[in-house]
Design a binder for this molecule. Structure first.
Ligand SMILES: [Zn+2]
Length: 1004
């Protein structure tokens, strides 16, 4: 199959849509510069305006007592309510300077504030992520991130860097919360910091990073990338430790002249296989060291021999029909149901003729059973098979969902051109499904229909199973088909289905549970992917649900029950699907409660994605839907995967957090793992670590590639060891820690009340600050809040977690909470941090060079980001924000019409169609800049960002926008400065003995 690009994010951004190419940022054409000059004039106007405003401010130096003698900590003065001293704005970072005419948050969005007497903290004096982010980015603008020469600094989540894997996996794949580990568990407890890893094994590489090596040859002296010539070596697979089964990696030591190697994980000395032997140079390296990627890189792929193939799942009742008697099952194949095709008329024109399905011959299921039993117990890896399950109930048809789903699948499989519009040999072939992959289509309403899409047939035909409790695939051939060979059948079906269902209703309810069982029956021996589209609560068939959402239980102890599956069918089926090596993608289009907690359990246990389109509105949502379907078919994906995290001696893995099925304490099963899927694992101590040594984490993921290769991906990282509490803090990684906190917190939602989880998060934050204060900070004045430099933003990010959709106070529907609970549980560090603290920037005063590549690395020139607060926004402004899921442009009530004209080509805000989710391609400088910036964010996030338009005091979505401004008081929680104040109070109390020596704190 053609290699699938794992670097190119979106073909439209890359020069040839190929691997390793630079994003193709647009340049305005000649004619555009005139527009650009207008824009520049406009900007000058803004500059002057701001200048005057700044000049009006006093110009004294800030009085904040920055402690220059303690570089690893900063103290933030707490001001008594006396006149705030204005800093010298000329020399300060924009994130510190609040405009005088900034706007207040809209009244409907505000949250509580501290009551009673209070001291005031100046917002410009508190740590802010924007400044930290900018400083971090500066480190990597002209230099690579070298994974073994980090100098103790890991790029922040928001930093765009080119990484070089020198033996430690890149942080985008494997990130440790404490890159310098405490030497024992008491020391860890003293810091109160979390210890664990975030693993995102298939995270997209940057376009200019070296691809992950695929090492296939274990014969010394031959190229590591060749097919092995010796049968033995082929069967051998990668060298592994006899004791702990760890894989060979850059940190093993070759001893005994190269005949043996010492395992860095468990210490065992292993024999080197004779074919793999190489002698040792005086430096202690193998002579072939520089030719062996597995000894050079932290992240490596190995093809593996037959003994690594997946074992077929033991229970096979659905596929082979053990259970109710076969005659009944056969009878349940109603040929009558194919009458629904009768309504089809010749007026459908180009769609192929539809033939009636026949009932299978008697004994069909017995023969099928024998055939399946005859197959080997081991599963031969094959290119992925994908089953689409389409909701064709009345609601899905009437609301237009089915029509756009069909169109989305068609585009996903074959690109935007229709076959009738000429051949695709014009060099514009779009990214499509890979060679050898197979697809099947099931339709479901009150019965389940299996479509025969055989290439040889004159058209698609339908076989209906109406006994919902006993599902099997009633087709021997023609169910899973090659989408290229069967293109006319598949396109024909997708084209005619919406009209057909309009004429011939199969009822208003959807038996999605039965259809999923049917899809599983088709994939049980193969593994693969099920993608289902559901419009309403499943009211019929196995796993049928009732509307249990009840706002009166919100914020009570009963609420947590809403975050687990209502019917055990969903959890059990999910486990069954995961065991079969199948991942489930869920597309939901609810117009009311659909029980995301139950239905979403399928994706939660199998590693698939959930896409949520409440109140689907075609004009607004269809492009996003098309993108999502296309991406689910074309991005890097593996299936039938098992993951294990190993640690070196005296460490072990505790809890795992993420979307998977945990079959044993150590092994995590995934139906599919995509680019964005990440897990968290907590590391525990079993003994003391040697401060002179490093300690290690190795993650191994055994998987089948989308093209049908069985492989293992191994990721490695080493950590330093320290006995000093200060060093643990000094090198700690806040972004990885917050991601781990988030995963732990949302994983508690089914078992703990939300208010308790929120309290625990705050307690944890305060505990870390208290421990730092107690053990690392020198004698300081009582009134000062001392924060560890690496964790100075912990209070802010903790507050962001308290304001996140799954955890925040106030009324949030259980569907929304469940959906975002899953998001945070499976998100990696970049997605988590962007969701918690959005990226916000002003677009009304961009300089001309912003949004175009600059500098030796060709990085896009970015403007300064802004802090997420109305306190930095003005009504004359326009702002672009992204939380990694969507982008929003907020237009102030007094924004220049020129901005609107440049971006959308209309004169005033009233004329904007807020259902648009893309910027039109206008030949203006501003339009080009913003589209380039959006393309940049989309590359970083790895998926398209629908763009929403929000006009001040006009659009209801402004509340959503306001909720993202997490430094303000909103989302039923305090403002950042107030929250910091409460932290400070709590720590001061503890320090003065008010709360005893940590007695009031309980670990969770
Ligand atoms: Zn070992």
């Amino acid at each position: 199959m053609p290699p699938r690009s794992r670097y190119a994010v979106d073909p439209s951004l890359t020069a040839q849509g190929g691997q390793g190419t630079q994003p193709n940022y647009q340049q305005p054409q000649q004619a555009e510069y005139q527009q650009g000059h207008q824009q520049a004039n406009l900007q000058t106007g803004y500059d002057q305006q701001q200048q005057q405003q700044y000049n009006g401010a006093p110009t004294q130096q800030p009085s904040g007592p920055y402690d220059s003698t303690a570089p690893r900590e900063r103290s933030y003065a707490v001001h008594r309510p006396e006149p705030a001293v204005q800093p010298n704005v000329q020399s300060m970072h924009p994130s510190l300077v609040q405009p005088m005419n900034h706007i207040p948050p809209p009244p409907h969005s505000s949250g509580p504030s501290i009551s009673g007497p209070r001291v005031r903290i100046d917002p410009s004096q508190v740590p802010n992520p924007v400044e930290a982010q900018e400083m971090d980015q500066n480190l990597y603008d002209e230099e690579d991130f070298l994974s073994c020469q980090t100098k103790g600094v890991i790029p922040l989540a928001g930093t765009d860097y080119r990484g070089v894997d020198q033996g430690n996996s890149l942080p985008r794949h494997l990130r440790v919360t404490l890159p310098v580990a405490p030497s024992n568990s008491q020391l860890l407890d003293t810091t109160a910091l979390p210890f664990g890893v975030i693993v995102q094994p298939f995270a997209q590489l940057r376009y200019d990073e070296a691809p992950i090596p695929l090492v296939s040859n274990w014969v010394s002296g031959q190229s590591a990338f060749d097919q092995p010539q010796i049968q033995d070596a082929e069967e051998e697979g990668p060298p592994r430790c006899e004791k702990c089964r760890g894989y060979i990696n850059p940190f093993v030591r070759f001893v005994d002249g190269g005949r043996r190697w010492g395992c860095n994980l468990c210490g065992q000395t292993n024999e080197v296989h004779p074919t793999y032997y190489s002698s040792i140079s005086p430096s202690g390296h193998r002579l072939d060291h520089s030719d062996r990627p597995e000894l050079l890189h932290g992240t490596v792929d190995f093809p593996v021999p037959k003994m690594y193939w997946a074992v077929q799942p033991a229970s096979d009742d659905t596929a082979t029909g053990d259970g109710p008697d076969i005659a009944a099952a056969t009878a349940s194949l109603t040929s009558a149901a194919s009458d629904m095709l009768g309504g089809l008329t010749a007026s459908l024109g180009q769609t192929p003729a539809v033939t009636r399905g026949n009932s299978p011959a008697p004994g069909f299921k017995e023969k099928e059973k024998e055939r399946l039993k005859a197959e080997a117990r081991l599963r031969r890896p094959v290119p992925i098979s994908r089953v689409f399950v389409l909701d064709v109930s009345d609601g899905a048809v009437k609301r237009g969902v089915l029509r756009y789903v069909c169109e989305g699948i068609r585009r996903g499989l074959y690109g935007t051109k229709r076959k009738s519009e000429g051949d695709s040999e014009d060099g514009e072939e779009e990214e499509g499904i890979g060679a050898g992959e197979r697809v099947a289509i099931i339709t479901v309403a009150e019965s389940v229909g299996f479509w025969n899409l055989s290439a040889g047939s004159s058209g698609p035909s339908l076989m209906v199973v109406s006994d919902l409790e006993d599902m099997f695939v009633p087709l021997r051939d023609g169910f899973l088909v090659d989408p290229v060979e069967s293109r006319s059948q598949i396109e024909g079906l997708l084209n005619m289905l919406p009209d057909m269902m309009e004429r011939q209703s199969d009822g208003g309810r959807c038996a999605i549970g039965a259809a999923i069982k049917g899809a599983l029956a088709g994939l049980r021996r193969l593994g693969g992917q099920i993608t289902f589209f559901l419009t309403s609560l499943p009211l019929v068939g196995p796993g049928k649900l009732t509307s249990r959402d009840d706002p009166t239980v919100y914020n009570t102890d009963k609420e947590r029950a809403l975050f687990t599956a209502a019917d055990p069918f969903w959890r059990n089926t999910a486990d069954e699907i995961a065991n079969a090596g199948v991942g489930v993608n869920t597309f939901l289009f609810p117009d009311q409660y659909t029980d995301v907690a139950s239905v979403g359990a399928l994706s939660a246990a199998t590693g698939g994605d959930v896409f949520f389109h409440p109140r689907f509105e075609p004009v607004r949502d269809r492009d996003t839907l098309f993108d999502e379907i296309r991406r689910s078919l074309t991005t890097e994906l593996v299936y039938n995967a098992t993951m294990r995290v190993r640690c070196s001696n005296n460490l072990r893995v505790g809890e795992h957090y993420g979307d998977f099925h945990q079959r044993s304490l150590t092994d995590l099963e995934f139906g599919t793992i995509g680019e964005s899927a990440a897990i968290g694992a907590v590391i525990k101590y079993e003994g003391k670590l040697d401060e002179k040594d490093l300690c290690y984490v190795q993650v191994a993921v055994l998987y089948t590639s989308i093209g049908g290769e069985r492989r293992v991906r191994v990721l490695n990282t080493s950590m330093g060891v320290t006995g000093l509490v200060g060093n643990v803090f000094r090198f700690s990684d806040l972004d990885a820690s917050v991601t781990l906190y988030a995963k732990e917190a949302v994983s508690l939602m089914p078992s703990k009340q939300l208010k308790d989880i929120r309290k625990m998060l705050t307690d944890r934050c305060n505990r870390v600050l208290l421990m730092y204060r107690r053990h690392c900070a020198g004698a300081t004045q009582q009134g000062q809040l001392i924060l560890p430099e690496t964790f100075k933003l912990l209070p802010l990010y903790t507050l962001c977690l308290l304001k996140s959709k799954p955890l925040k106070g106030g009324t949030v529907t259980s569907d929304v909470r469940s959906h975002y609970m899953r998001r945070l549980r499976s998100y990696g560090v970049v997605s988590t941090m962007t969701l918690l603290y959005p990226r916000l920037l002003a677009i009304h005063d961009l300089t001309d060079d912003v949004g175009f590549p600059a500098g030796p690395m060709g990085r896009l020139k970015m403007p300064s980001f802004m802090r997420a607060s109305y306190g930095w926004m003005v009504a004359e402004g326009a702002y672009l924000m992204t939380n990694g899921e969507t982008a929003m442009i907020w237009l102030g009530g007094a924004v220049s019409p020129q901005v609107i004209d440049d971006l959308w080509g209309v004169d005033n805000p009233e004329e904007l169609d807020t259902r648009m989710t893309r910027l039109p391609k206008l030949p203006t400088l501003l339009s080009t800049q913003i589209r380039n910036l959006l393309a940049h964010f989309e590359r970083i996030m790895g998926h398209p960002l629908p763009l929403l338009i929000i006009r001040q005091n006009m659009d209801g979505m402004e509340l959503e926008y306001a909720n993202h401004l997490v430094e303000d008081s909103n989302n039923d929680a305090l403002s950042y400065t107030d929250y910091l104040m409460t932290s400070h109070k709590s720590i001061t109390n503890e320090m003065s003995g008010g709360g005893g020596k940590g007695d009031s704190w309980r670990p969770w």
